[in-house]
Design a protein around this ligand. Structure first.
Ligand code: FES
Ligand code: FES
Length: 156
């Protein structure tokens, strides 16, 4: 066990943990962050996605002791009571079905738009390919990303 300091949604938190513990477990079990979900535990579904220094990572595959920098979870997207443009677009497009994958969809989309403000449909599909949705919300996810980017919605 070790004392580890983590910056989660702008707040420094200290946990006692084995550094090899997956970040996902620490976030959910120790830090009350219930946005990231345990889906496969194998790095293949994306339900556990969080941002580390703005990049989308699958937190089930990241040892907590290796994390350097700011972690953002779904709870950290809204600022000063205002929804992030991703959250607003998700509401306007009525994206979720069961909701299980949507944490990963929104945070992966957030990372995409922060590095590429006007992605093409192909770039969206490539960026989102690692986040699976058993409810097949993919077209609404794509429409919401286009809406958040301020781009005309297209399908192809
Ligand atoms: S739970 Fe992490 S990728 Fe599936
Ligand atoms: S909304 Fe149900 S798994 Fe994606």
């Amino acid at each position: 066990m070790a004392k580890l300091s983590l910056n989660v949604n702008g707040r420094m938190q200290t946990v006692d943990a084995d550094p090899s513990t997956p970040l996902l477990y620490i976030l959910r079990n120790d830090l009350d962050q219930h946005g990231p979900h345990f889906g496969c535990g194998l790095g293949q579904c994306g339900a556990c996605t969080v941002l580390v220094n703005g990049s989308a990572v699958k937190s089930c595959q990241v040892p907590v002791g290796s994390v350097k920098g700011a972690i953002t979870t779904l709870d950290g997207l809204a600022r000063d009571g205002r929804l992030d443009r991703i959250q607003q677009a998700w509401i306007e497009e009525q994206v979720p079905a069961c909701g299980f994958c949507q944490n990963g969809q929104m945070l992966t989309a957030k990372a995409l738009l922060d590095r590429n403000p006007h992605p093409t449909d192909t770039q969206i599909r490539e960026a989102m390919a690692g986040v699976l949705c058993r409810c097949m919300t993919y077209y609404r996810v794509q429409a919401a990303i286009k809406r958040a980017a301020g781009s005309p919605t297209t399908t192809a």
